[in-house]
Design a binder for this molecule. Structure first.
Ligand SMILES: Cc1cc2nc3c(=O)[nH]c(=O)nc-3n(C[C@H](O)[C@H](O)[C@H](O)COP(=O)(O)OP(=O)(O)OC[C@H]3O[C@@H](n4cnc5c(N)ncnc54)[C@H](O)[C@@H]3O)c2cc1C
Length: 412
């Protein structure tokens, strides 16, 4: 006899695990999470920079980020684990952008109105807090790395409560948290087919030939989401593209002194943060042009970092941290699932009854995962919770119109 479950979640990335966990907080449903990977972290989440910041163009996104980041900040409470692995490394998020003093002040006020603590620094205050950072807002020569006469006088926004988490620790904690609530989380378990009858999901077939019948199915397959959609035979009005994203990492030399915040460096087109107890730096891109390399097969793409990419990003980093010397430079690539229409996730029930999606998280899915999990869990179970995000599910709904944005990149 076929195994049965009430709800199957396909994908044990940060999104699928949070969704399953949130459903278990609301119902007694038998939930099974299936993942084709040999272990955690083989999808986008394993490669994530896991920056947890708040500033987005739309207030709804700020509130979703606030909810998600809040979970990471109170991780033991959220996961209900006594001794979770993941720690929230609070370093703040510094925005170096060519905005006027008035614009920067008004952004800080907007964030404050949404409950986000932010302050505005002048160059001197920036140097006092972060002595290794150059406050110059002129664009560096990325090709040659030739220094220029730096110029100051900007006003810089600092989100005080931003930070980052080790994504592998977060995944392992979520697996423990799910299992503790009776959810079955299985690896080495690829879904290879989905049976639909009378426009309703009935079961999934696994690579070993077994079948699990279910009442509801959730597509949390990250960059593989379109493959699952093909198996089930539904189409979305959204184009969700697995996209190669490169990250450079290097040792942090002793000359780079003091605290280094997570930094969004608009003139240089990069973001960076520390990792490994501050001993390393990782550098990625904030540019739309670096989010264009679509990947036909998410199981097969170049995992290394291109030399050219590393050169440009290191030149930008050198401009921002003049005392930097390059040591131990390496890199890797992972996949965003970029929603080409508006780089925001899509959430909701597909045209097939009881088949739900939470896909297209682009470069935002790590910080948003606890919030997106709660939004979808409320839709699936029709049971809200007091601590659910204060954002209408319509904001990211499958049925929405594209969100209008000036920047279709991770900055959104
Ligand atoms: C380089 C990089 C940097 C990033 N930086 C940040 C950041 O700083 N902040 C932030 O908020 N976000 C960031 N992101 C984005 C964020 O990491 C992703 O949005 C998020 O991890 C997506 O999670 P997911 O669970 O949807 O996908 P995944 O982690 O890819 O999980 C999907 C899972 O589905 C499984 N699966 C797929 N198909 C099947 C199948 N048929 N059967 C069974 N299992 C299946 C896969 O094995 C996989 O484990 C970054 C991403 C990358 C790549």
């Amino acid at each position: 006899m076929a195994e049965t479950a009430d709800i199957i979640v396909v994908g044990a990335g940060i999104i699928g695990l949070n969704t399953a966990f949130q459903i278990a907080l609301r119902t007694q449903a038998r939930i099974v999470v299936l993942d084709k990977g040999k272990g955690p972290g083989e999808g986008s989440t394993g490669a994530s920079s896991a920056v947890c910041r708040f500033k987005y163009s739309y207030d709804e996104m700020v509130l979703l980020a606030k909810h998600g980041v809040g979970a990471y900040q109170q991780w033991a409470d959220y996961t209900k684990l006594k001794d979770p692995r993941a720690q929230f490394h609070k370093h703040g998020m510094l925005w170096l952008a060519n905005a006027s003093a008035v614009q920067t002040e008004s952004e800080a006020e907007r964030l404050a109105g949404l409950g986000i603590r932010a302050t505005v620094l002048d160059d001197q205050e920036l140097r006092t807090r972060f002595p290794s950072l150059n406050p110059c807002l002129l664009p560096p020569d990325l090709e040659t790395g030739e220094p220029h006469d730096c110029s100051g006088g900007g006003r810089h926004l600092l989100e005080l409560d931003a930070g980052y988490v080790d994504p592998m620790d977060a995944l392992q904690d979520m697996i423990d948290a799910c299992r503790k609530r009776g959810i079955s989380v299985r690896f080495n378990t690829a879904v290879v087919d989905v049976e639909i009858r009378s426009n309703r999901v009935v079961s999934v077939s696994l690579a070993d030939g077994s079948v699990i019948a279910c009442d509801a199915l959730i597509n949390a397959a990250g960059p593989w989401c379109n493959r699952l959609a093909e198996m089930a035979g539904y189409a979305l009005n959204w184009s969700l593209k697995p996209t190669r994203i490169q990250v450079v990492h290097l040792d942090r030399p002793a000359e780079v002194v003091g605290d280094i915040p997570i930094t969004c460096d608009v003139p240089g087109g990069i973001y960076f943060r520390t990792q490994n107890r501050g001993q390393q730096l990782i550098v990625g891109s904030i540019l739309e042009e670096d989010e264009q390399e679509e990947v036909a097969d998410p199981d097969n793409f170049a995992r290394y970092v291109d030399d050219d990419y590393a050169r440009l990003k290191l030149h930008a980093l050198q401009h921002r941290i003049p005392s930097l010397t390059y040591r131990g430079v390496q890199g890797y690539s992972g996949l965003y699932t970029v929603n080409r229409e508006d780089v925001h996730p899509v959430i909701g029930e597909s045209e097939i009854e009881r088949l739900f999606v939470v896909n297209g998280c682009s470069g935002h899915g790590f910080k948003l995962a606890p919030a997106l999990g709660a939004v979808l869990a409320a839709l699936v179970t029709k049971a809200g919770r007091e601590d659910d995000p204060l954002v209408s599910p319509q904001f990211l709904a499958l049925t929405r119109k594209s969100i209008t944005l000036s920047e279709k990149s991770v900055l959104a």
